[in-house]
Design a protein around this ligand. Structure first.
Ligand code: BDR
Ligand code: CA
Length: 323
């Protein structure tokens, strides 16, 4: 049974990824060791509260949540509250259960990563669906610590498609470029799922309605429906969602790699992060010759079977919703 740490900045699509992961925990397929939150879509304070509330909503209030390291680099990007809502959760945070943990007393996410990876060498899969500030901070404090993870799976980057936050750059990488560069040079088997493939994952209002049929009165059903509606409005609905009323569940693709590998196709490459550049800062470069600097360091997802990926995600979410 894999052990996972999820590094996240909820975030509408982060919330879906976390709920999906909890459905896999509920089915006994995986152990969620901790959730490390980070500054990104919204301020670290809100991502901490958001993740904690989802854990409580889904019946896992005891899973440890770390708070994000702030100021990983001279970040020149705005956060993404325009897409995810001021609280990162479609402004629905107040509808979720009150939490018993508080931000001020929480342990920093980088310290949790260091502690858990040291205690379980070679056992923990780190899934990072947010700017890489926490992971990089752990590596800087304790060089070599990321090598102690069983695997590192990242949602981020834009290779053959335009960026989603800058002409050439994807949000999670561009938000903290130095952190991304640190993480990509920390080992030679990073797994990355870029927007090239995640832009095909449109989760629709119809799908939300469909899964909630299993238990319409459940608070999780209501949250999923409302969040989907909110995200559908703020996403560039229709234009970036193939004419559907839905939004892109980028972050969920990381779980497909672990649990439904038949839905993704990868290629080995040397990936570099552009850390400077007037227009290209945050760009991810793909060299399949593996000769630019260090040699191959990454597995990059190139194709996705989006129909099957969304179908298995829906089936799993139903398990979480039904009592
Ligand atoms: C990534 O950026 C964030 O806004 C999403 O949560 C996702 O992790 C997509 O580029
Ligand atoms: Ca995210």
């Amino acid at each position: 049974k894999p052990k996972i740490i999820l590094d996240t900045d909820p975030g509408g699509d982060d919330s879906f990824a976390l709920l999906w992961l909890l459905s896999l925990v509920k089915q006994g397929f995986v152990e969620l060791v901790a959730v490390t939150t980070v500054d990104g879509n919204v301020h670290a304070r809100y991502t901490f509260v958001g993740a904690s509330k989802i854990l409580k909503l889904a019946g896992f209030p005891l899973i440890e949540v770390g708070k994000g390291v702030i100021g990983g680099s001279e970040n020149d990007l705005e956060d993404a509250r325009g897409i995810h809502g001021g609280d990162g959760m479609g402004n629905l945070s107040h509808t979720l259960p009150e939490i018993d943990v508080n931000y001020e007393d929480a342990v920093y996410s980088d310290d949790i990563l260091i502690e858990k990876l040291k205690a379980n060498p070679g056992e923990i899969v780190v899934i990072a669906i947010a700017p890489l500030t926490n992971l990089a901070s752990a590596e800087r404090k304790c060089p070599g610590i990321l090598k102690k993870a069983k695997e590192i799976i990242i949602m981020g980057g834009a290779f053959k498609v335009p960026g989603n936050i800058k002409p050439e750059a994807e949000f999670n990488i561009a938000y903290d470029v130095e952190a991304a560069a640190t993480v990509f040079s920390s080992r030679d088997d990073i797994v990355v799922i870029p927007i090239d493939v995640t832009q095909k994952l449109v989760f629709t209002n119809e799908m939300a309605e469909q899964i909630s049929q299993i238990n319409p009165e459940s608070e999780i059903s209501k949250f999923i429906i409302s969040l989907c509606k909110f995200m559908t409005k703020t996403a560039l609905a229709f234009r970036e969602t193939q004419g559907k009323q839905g939004f892109l569940v980028h972050d969920a693709a990381t779980l497909a790699y672990l649990f439904y590998p038949e839905t993704l196709l990868f290629r080995r490459a040397e990936v570099m992060i552009e850390t400077k550049g007037e227009w290209t800062k945050g760009k991810t470069l793909f060299d399949s010759r593996n000769k630019t600097k260090f040699g191959a360091n990454t597995w990059v997802a190139m194709e996705v079977d989006s129909v099957n990926l969304l179908a298995v995600m829906m089936e799993d979410l139903k398990v979480l919703i039904c009592d």
